[in-house]
Write a protein that binds this ligand. Structure first.
Ligand code: CP
Ligand code: NVA
Length: 307
């Protein structure tokens, strides 16, 4: 069966275990030898494009990049026809899309002939979540992702695509997740990559108080207040989210040895201060490092010999 990586929620526990394992274990350049991977970006990217391209190269393949201007998903051509075309040339397509439903449309149009990887949609950012789990495990459990149960992670600010995948991934590993966000920006429990789909694992708590969210936690995580596509709401979002800025005072409420994560790009002075992002508690550059590990894990899992 063709393997896809579209949300964390849709992966079985054993698939996720394999991905975490394959992300950090020894690899060679035979996995994708001579094979192309299509990288489609409907939105801007630095880390995701860089980590995808380098991971494909490390595994012996080559990446072809397609921008929104070239492809015009849904304007120049339908998502279905883009999928059908790519499936004639590639066995894997990794896409950053505006609308999560594009994945289902391409799967149906190509009759599951081509593996799809979600490089961020409006609903989920699962390759980021794999990198986040690897980063937290490296810091707190010598790399053992199954040694994280009982840890407390707080996410602050706008509950985004990043928040959803992060929450699902952590809850499934027994980590307790608190999301501190104002009304209107809180984690929604409906739709794809839903944290409420995790019935066995850590506990999920939602609060409107930034201080309550970070109290005594091990990890503080934040993301943009103005995600791609929400630029028109910039002024209002800055007002609504102002008390969720991660600054030194807020970090002091977390555990003394707590760490700070951010998926980047950072909007210094909005969701986070320079002092915290550049401070000793910040693990953001290990997160960036693990974006490539995560992508390797996903690609190796897709190509893995199935039992
Ligand atoms: N974190 C992340 O996905 O970064 P880019 O948008 O730069 O790829
Ligand atoms: N929530 C952000 C993540 C960027 C990596 C966005 O969707 O723009």
């Amino acid at each position: 069966m063709t393997r896809h990586f579209i949300t964390i929620e849709q992966q079985s526990t054993s698939d996720l275990d394999s991905i975490y394992d394959l992300a950090c274990s020894a690899f060679d350049d035979e996995t994708l030898k001579g094979q192309g991977v299509a990288l489609v970006f409907e939105r801007p990217s630095l880390r995701t494009r860089a980590s995808s391209s380098t991971a494909v190269h490390e595994l012996g393949g080559y990446a072809t990049f397609f921008s929104d201007e070239e492809i015009g998903l849904g304007s120049r051509e339908s998502a279905e026809d883009v999928g059908r075309t790519l499936a004639e040339m590639y066995s894997i397509a990794a896409l950053r899309v505006r609308d999560h439903e594009v994945f289902g449309r391409i799967r149906r149009a190509t009759a599951e002939r081509m593996s799809l990887v979600n490089l961020l949609s409006d609903a989920a950012h699962p390759t980021q979540a794999v990198a986040d789990v690897l980063t937290i495990a490296e810091h707190f459990a010598k790399g053992d992702v199954n040694g994280l149960a009982g840890l407390d992670v707080a996410y602050l600010g706008d509950a985004t695509n990043v928040t959803r995948s992060l929450a699902v991934a952590l809850l499934r590993l027994g980590v307790n997740v608190t999301v501190g966000a104002p009304a209107g920006y809180q984690l929604s429990e409906v739709g794809p990559e839903s944290p409420s789909a995790v019935t066995d694992g850590g506990t999920l708590r939602l609060t409107e108080s930034a201080e309550e969210a970070v109290k005594d936690v091990d990890v503080v995580y934040t993301d943009a207040w103005i995600s791609m596509g929400y630029e028109d709401e910039t002024a209002q979002r800055r007002i609504d989210l102002a008390s969720f800025r991660v600054d030194g005072d807020l970090m002091k409420l977390a555990k003394k040895e707590a760490v700070l994560l951010h998926c980047l790009p950072a909007h210094r002075g909005d969701e986070i201060t320079d002092a915290v992002l550049d401070g000793a508690q910040s693990l953001v550059w290990r997160q960036v490092f693990h974006r490539r590990s995560a992508m390797r894990g996903v690609l190796r899992w897709i190509k893995e010999e199935k039992p």
